[in-house]
Design a protein around this ligand. Structure first.
Ligand code: CAA
Ligand code: NAD
Length: 337
């Protein structure tokens, strides 16, 4: 026979146990809910690309070629027209090899997978993956992603094609859940021809997001590699200091752009010398990369000497001589061809 005091104590303990179990169950269900919202990703079928310039056009093209439904978005109809032009020219090159008897049929079949719009909200409403390839400015990228976070589905993955900015800093414009579905996806120029894609995981990027991005880049027939969120990732951390040093050589009067290009093509086996490559990438893009890195140099993330300002680069950019895309950079181009 239990004493009344002992019975009361046992009753209290049983009530506490029930409440503790309920609290634990609630905690568990919150963790499950959180895990399912942070990790759930859909198979990627619908891709939205922001920026219809050199890179965005190429990414939209390889997406469409791999069977994805693509929406290409930019701020003006003129920019979208420029993007479609880049895609059509490139597709006819691809078609000459893949379908020489029906170049037009091949091209129009791929183009059917690409829609265009200047309405950013509409562009993402049904998307599984957003790849941003707009101007290399942290503010402009953060503004765009902050806006898109409210408009896209919760499961949609966001990726930036930034060349050099911190992916984590861009991702922080979005909610915590989206940051788990946010990564860097760095393609190379010209996208249809270059096989590499760097996938950049931030500390917040979920494993499911990383795996989904790996899978979709393989579907695009690319070879993905992974890198931490560090200035320039792998390729640009090595390539951009080399390009900047080549401009300094010309500024010092050591050699001409033509001779430096010949030297690196014939002496080092590079497919393009540094000045052809600078014009190909865009002098504005290279200048934005160097500017962004100068801020990182203050915190010691990259050495200061690598990114010292270069008068000749700044002068050309100021004059609108941006390389191939503007018709003049270190060399002149006939863009009507
Ligand atoms: N669209 C479709 N296919 C293209 C293409 C395009 N725009 N450009 C080239 N190709 C294809 C060609 O059809 C050809 O394919 P096949 O081998 O199957 O026939 C192949 O690419 C080679 O092209 P070409 O024979 O016409 O010319 P090439 O041999 O001179 O190569 C090149 C052209 C691939 C651009 C080569 O010059 C090269 O590799 N250049 C260096 C490019 C480079 O370094 N890019 C990285 C820049 S850095 C970057 O992108 C990162 C950043 O963040 C700034
Ligand atoms: P680009 O100048 O050719 O094109 C940029 C496009 O973005 C333009 O059409 C512009 O109208 C558009 N744009 C600007 N703000 C926009 C906005 N808010 N919404 C939608 N569109 C907007 O530039 P690019 O060379 O294609 O570079 C794009 C990105 O890719 C940059 O982050 C760059 O660092 C990176 N990248 C460039 C290269 C390269 O070789 N050029 C290679 C890899 C990565």
């Amino acid at each position: 026979m239990l004493s009344p005091t002992l019975r009361t104590t046992l009753n209290i303990m049983s009530t506490i146990r029930t409440q503790m179990n309920l609290a634990a169950a609630n905690r568990l269900s919150t963790v499950h809910r959180h895990l399912s919202t942070t990790s759930q990703v859909n198979k990627i079928e619908k891709l939205t690309v922001f920026g219809a310039g050199l890179m965005g056009a190429g990414i939209a093209q390889v997406g469409a070629q791999s069977g994805l439904k693509v929406i290409l978005s930019d701020v003006t109809d003129k920019a979208l027209e420029n993007g479609l032009n880049i895609i059509s020219k490139s597709l006819s090159r691809v078609a000459k090899k893949k379908s020489p008897d029906d170049i037009e049929g091949f091209t129009s079949n791929i183009l059917k997978n690409i829609e265009t719009t200047t309405d950013a909200a509409k562009a993402v409403q049904d998307s599984d993956l957003v790849i941003e390839a707009i101007i290399e400015s942290i503010k402009v990228k953060r503004d765009l992603f902050g806006f898109l976070d409210e408009k896209a589905k919760a499961e949609c993955i966001f990726a930036s094609n930034t060349s050099s900015l911190s992916v984590k800093e861009i991702a922080e414009s979005c909610s915590n859940d989206r940051q788990a579905r946010f990564a860097g996806l760095h393609f190379f120029n010209p996208v249809p021809a270059m096989k590499l894609v760097e996938i950049i995981k931030t500390p917040q990027t979920s494993t499911e997001t990383f795996e989904a991005l790996k899978e979709v880049t393989l579907r695009m027939n690319k070879s993905p590699v992974s890198c931490n969120d560090t200035p320039g990732f792998i390729v640009n951390r090595l390539l951009v200091p080399y390009l900047l040093e080549a401009i300094r050589m010309v500024e010092r009067g050591d050699a001409t752009p033509e001779d430096i290009d010949t030297a690196m093509e014939l002496g080092a086996g590079y497919p393009m010398g540094p000045f052809k490559l600078l014009d190909f990438v865009g002098l504005d893009t290279t200048s934005y990369i160097a500017q962004g890195w100068r801020e990182k140099a203050q915190s010691g993330e990259i050495s200061k000497e690598l990114v010292e300002p270069i008068g000749l680069l700044d002068k050309l950019v100021k004059e609108g001589k941006l390389g191939r895309k503007s018709g003049q950079g270190f060399y002149e181009y006939d863009n009507k061809k």
